[in-house]
Design a binder for this molecule. Structure first.
Ligand SMILES: [Zn+2]
Length: 283
């Protein structure tokens, strides 16, 4: 039997421990939360590179984004990781730029808090930042990996930059790459990935179960809201017919059309203005 004094001490310790837990800014949410996080802008981007057949005179300041899913289980899942290597910064000169690992501070997270990263496809502006997140497990389609990167970590084609291919090879050797086999796979409870967008060989997008309904994070399988609203394929696709079919499918998967999040549209932050400061809560 504990003495009364010892029991009081124990109760005080338990109370202290639970109150300090409640105050942790990184505590898991009670229901799944989805955010778009902006880490930069590419100014004057030709819209004809995004929307098939668009007027070649049109220009748009496109948003550079990553997406975050905070799960009640405590896992913090990114969709894509942006870029940070000098080579790309020098060539593309983004404005309002911050490293993706710094951009997640706006939602109270540190790079080591990211547990998983879904790699939508191998392009530099979505994959280059993977190694900024030291504890994350990477989820990429097996067919995407095999088509664009060889077993020695060399790029097989121009879709993937040689530096990024080498990095992905290193991550794989370190046991941090999980290859996903095909379409409609629930890789994490509440998160399912889909193929067929054909932005690259086996580009994938994600459907997230949330209290508002399924949120679809399209990444570059749908660049802008305009693709969906005018029913036009993306300009950079291996197969426009498949790309349109994937966009139609996103409509069926999503809880509502407004919950489909395009890959580079600055409108995301106007349609979802909360909490602001380059962060959009999707719900
Ligand atoms: Zn891309």
């Amino acid at each position: 039997m504990l003495s009364i004094a010892a029991r009081r001490l124990l109760l005080a310790i338990v109370a202290l421990a639970s109150s300090s837990c409640a105050q942790l800014p990184r505590s898991a949410p009670t229901a799944t939360e989805v955010y778009a996080i902006r880490y930069g802008t590419l100014s004057n981007f030709p819209v004809a590179s995004l929307i098939a057949g668009a007027d070649t005179a049109r220009r748009l300041d496109v948003a550079l984004m990553i997406w975050l899913v905070k799960l009640p289980s405590g896992r913090n899942v990114l969709v894509d990781a942006g870029f940070y290597r000098d080579k790309f910064l020098q060539r593309w000169k983004p404005s309002d730029y911050q490293r993706p690992a710094d951009a997640i501070r706006a939602v109270g997270l540190r790079p080591e808090d990211i547990t998983d990263i879904i790699v939508s496809h191998v392009h530099w502006d979505h994959m280059d930042g993977l190694d900024l997140f030291p504890r994350a497990r990477m989820w990429i389609q097996r067919a995407e990996y095999a088509h664009h990167v060889d077993d020695a970590g060399r790029s097989r084609d121009r879709a993937v930059d040689s530096l990024d291919a080498a990095m992905l090879g290193d991550l794989r050797r370190a046991g941090r790459v999980q290859l996903v086999d095909g379409d409609s796979v629930e890789i994490i409870p509440g998160i399912r990935v889909y193929t067929g967008g054909r932005h690259t060989f086996a580009s994938q997008y994600a459907g997230i179960d949330t209290p508002s309904g399924t949120v679809v994070l399209a990444s570059d399988n749908m660049y802008l809201y305009e693709n969906l609203e005018r029913h036009v394929p993306i300009a950079q696709t291996l197969d426009p017919v498949s790309n349109l079919a994937a966009q139609d499918r996103m409509r069926r998967l999503a809880g509502s059309e407004r919950l489909i999040v395009p890959g580079h549209d600055p409108q995301v932050f106007a349609r979802f203005p909360v909490p602001g400061g380059g962060v959009a809560r999707i719900r």
